[in-house]
Design a protein around this ligand. Structure first.
Ligand SMILES: [Zn+2]
Length: 118
């Protein structure tokens, strides 16, 4: 067996970290991984920090009879952070995803969004 040196992350105690490492290397445990990227796939309006909050709530609130799935991720994300108002022009998420915003939002021909921010 080889020995390595690792640093304990600031958000964990040494015993929590040791327990996680033992589970990771054990053949007696199974882990199914979900990430903030999965949360943001369902809710692209969320920041990384908000997606981390959602992961914490998924761990706490998911139904163990069902497990963690796309529906539970979406529902718990929506319970944690309100769903943004849909784009007035296309019904999408333009206000919170400007890289993929529709031409209606970007041009704001009806001045809906420019009026809101005055
Ligand atoms: Zn739009």
């Amino acid at each position: 067996m080889n020995t390595i040196t690792v640093q304990v992350p600031d958000h964990m105690t040494e015993s929590e970290f040791r327990e996680q490492l033992e589970r990771l290397s054990s053949q007696d445990w199974l882990a199914n991984w979900w990430s903030i990227a999965d949360v943001k796939g369902e809710r692209p309006d969320l920041t990384d920090e908000q997606a981390r909050d959602v992961l914490i709530n998924i761990e706490r609130w998911h139904d163990s009879e069902v497990g963690i799935n796309w529906q539970s991720i979406r529902e718990i994300a929506n319970m944690t952070y309100d769903v943004p108002e849909p784009c007035y022009y296309c019904g999408g998420n333009c206000e919170h995803d400007k890289e993929n915003a529709c031409d209606g939002y970007l041009g704001d021909i009806d001045e809906i969004y420019t009026a809101e921010h005055e």
